[in-house]
Design a protein around this ligand. Structure first.
Ligand code: SF4
Length: 454
């Protein structure tokens, strides 16, 4: 509940926390930069602050529970702080969050980036303020101030919402219909990010391949970004299989274009019947022939996917089809999601749910297969020299970063921090190991020059 004895002054320290997807991360970063421009000083989540902001998630019931726990925890720790919850859970359950007194300010997806504008209205209020207007269907702007990101790789939101209505997904009801960010607005943010040191931009949205703005598609977005001085790499975070234009593949395959050879193409199931019940828009055969074409057009392509274990009515035969399908394509990895019934979706109303123990067993099988695929993909590059964009090191004397085709690489380097934000040639010498399967080991192919990033 609001503390009526709270000091009546503008809060100056703000702590922000993000749950959920990459899009939420990109949006939290935009909120942070707006708050900094308005004079707030950002401190890590969990540290004392006058304002705490949770960008929440509602994709599964567990995500909601996590959002509630985060709010309760911070309320208990800092009862005098102003507490704001924004994003998908706030959009879906604004009134009930207010009734439970879980936050002072509750803002849905439509207005959350303008959080700073609602803060003055909190002064003197004894009841939570809920801001949840209907989400517009029009293209949008974010008008993010330049600010500092301090990150080598940053997410750039280009699109929001989805019209596809897959039967397991709640996202269209909390993020609205598909709409695109205006090109000049996203280019302005991209330029600001690059000017403060970002070398790689990850294009993010709910359904990025449906980007359409003033007659332009995602190809024109990547071409504009390709012309941005100082930007080294453009990556598309995840893209629906039916929305990838051939032009995007051609750009990925063109060494002169900064769009990197990385395609995260959600599959969900290798069974035609299951795909149909999920209301996915392709058959396994169509996915396979598209993936094969992409692999032909883009040398060394990192092909990743999402797959769901235990969707309602997925029987042993359908699961076996999925396993065979995944075995048959050279995926570099998959993200495996155990099916989790989401209230409010058509799939949740089905009577034929798979038992929890069986979902767990199938998830483990798929994860083991993904590990094997990952090692096989890594193995193709042992002995090769690739360029690595080095990020902030996590361990002393160990520099780490990613290749264009998303191989995570570690290199022993006495001055690991000095390599941060530089692109250097690395010879890959071994795959990940049991302790860290996702990370290959390499050595610098040439000593780094004093300056520059390749
Ligand atoms: S494509 Fe399907 S899974 Fe993805 S956001 Fe849209 S409805 Fe959800």
């Amino acid at each position: 509940m609001l503390n009526e004895n709270r000091e009546q002054r503008i809060p100056k320290r703000v702590a922000l926390h993000t749950l959920g997807c990459r899009l939420n991360l990109a949006e939290t970063d935009a909120i942070r930069r707006r708050l900094e421009a308005a004079g707030y000083h950002v401190v890590p989540w969990g540290q004392e602050a006058e304002l705490c902001v949770l960008n929440s998630c509602t994709v599964t019931q567990q995500s909601e529970a996590k959002s509630r726990r985060a709010l309760l925890g911070i309320r208990r720790k800092y009862p005098d702080a102003q507490l704001a919850v924004v994003g998908c859970y706030a959009q879906l359950a604004g009134e009930s969050l207010a009734e439970a007194g879980l936050a002072d300010l509750i803002i849905g997806n439509g207005e959350k980036l303008k959080l700073d504008e609602f803060l003055p209205a909190l002064e003197g209020r004894t009841k939570p303020l809920v801001v949840r207007p209907p989400i517009s269907r029009k293209g949008f702007r974010m008008d993010v101030p330049a600010g500092q990101t301090g990150t080598t790789r940053a997410h750039l939101k280009v699109q929001d919402g989805c019209d596809f209505m897959c039967s397991f997904c709640i996202i269209p009801s909390v993020r609205g219909r598909a709409r695109a960010r205006q090109l000049d607005d996203l280019m302005q943010e991209a330029q600001g990010l690059v000017e403060t040191g970002t070398k790689e931009l990850v294009l993010t949205g709910v359904n990025v391949g449906t980007y359409r703005e003033a007659g332009r598609s995602l190809e024109q977005v990547v071409d504009q970004l390709d012309r941005l001085p100082g930007l080294a790499r453009i990556r598309i975070s995840s893209i629906e299989p039916t929305t990838v234009a051939t032009g995007l593949l051609e750009r990925m395959g063109d060494p002169g274009h900064r769009l990197v050879p990385f395609l995260h193409l959600p599959l969900q199931s290798g069974s035609g019947r299951t795909l149909q019940s999920m209301r996915r828009r392709y058959t396994p055969e169509a996915y396979r022939s598209f993936a094969e074409r992409a692999l032909d057009l883009v040398p060394g392509l990192c092909l990743g996917t999402d797959v769901m274990a235990g969707f309602p009515a997925e029987d042993a035969a359908a699961f076996a089809e999925t396993v065979r399908f995944l075995e048959g394509l050279p995926f570099a990895y998959f993200h495996v999601f155990p099916y989790s019934s989401r209230k409010g979706t058509p799939a949740a109303r089905r009577p034929d749910h798979v038992a929890a123990g069986e979902i767990k067993r199938r998830t483990a099988i798929l994860r083991a297969l993904s590990d094997a695929k990952r090692l096989a993909y890594q193995g193709r590059f042992i002995g090769h020299t690739l360029t690595v964009l080095f990020e902030q090191p996590k361990r002393l004397n160990l520099a780490q970063g990613y290749t264009e085709n998303y191989l995570r690489v570690e290199v022993n380097a006495p001055e690991a921090t000095a390599l941060r934000n530089r692109i250097l040639s690395v010879r890959l010498i071994r795959s990940g190991d049991r302790a860290n399967l996702a990370t290959m080991h390499g050595e610098l192919a040439e000593p780094p020059a004093d300056q520059g990033s390749g």
